[in-house]
Design a protein around this ligand. Sequence first.
Ligand SMILES: [Zn+2]
Length: 289
Amino acid sequence: MTDQLQRFLFEDTPVRGEFVRLAATWQAVLEHHHYPPPLRTLLGELMAAGALLAATLKFDGLLSLQLQGNGPVKLIVVECTREHTMRATAKWQGGIADGGLRDLLGEGRFVVNLMPGSGQPGYQGVVGLEGDTVAAALEHYMATSEQIPTRLWLASDEQHAAGLLLQKLPEQAGRDGDAWPRAGHLAATVTAQELLQLDARRLLHRLFHEEDLRVFDAKPVSFRCSCTRERVIDMLRMLGRDEVRAVIAERGEVEVHCEFCNRRYAFDAVDSGQIFTSFGVGTTRGTRH
Ligand SMILES: [Zn+2]
């Protein structure tokens, strides 16, 4: 079975890890947009990274990872919930030539948002883009913002997005001091092909068979878009009755398109009447005049 997050740790050491390989989740993202191949590679790597980070950070609601740039690619965004449902999309302009992270995004920043589900204030971490790979940008973020030594190996192709993460927890007395560099050396022998083709059991055996590894139950990961008609209605209410009516007068309807799942939400004059009447806007405006 694919699309699983596999947590593991090196017994009696401060080193823990996660492995993820996405197939159906990744295919669901690709189904909704046709991404130029170099961008698709970065998007897949950021998907794998999102699943790995969501498994290691403490948060209740939503983790959002954004690569923002001023190059031909403007934005790559991946969202992951506590329940390991994911969605992702990207914005770009014109043709995308082959290249690394910096060729595609130019100057930019890496933004991490942790949003609690219950309307409490969230947390945002922002760092400049460093390195020429998604893994390097994330390692830089984890070192600067989270101060947790973290190493990542990421890969994606048309079929799979996969990644391996190692993290060093705070040292405890009597623990194996060589474990962190040793685990890193072993993990660094992994190839993109292995990340993309092997399941967790075979990959962990291939890399760490001489280590005392504790492997936890795998957790399923899946695609889910959180857009709903109700959320779109909330957005239209914020836009305001006059704005919405003006668009309907011109085009016959307001159409809102979800960038993540391509779902289309349309509202005509009758819908608009219901949206704003039920909100009590008509009454409020009436008393003002
Ligand atoms: Zn959607």
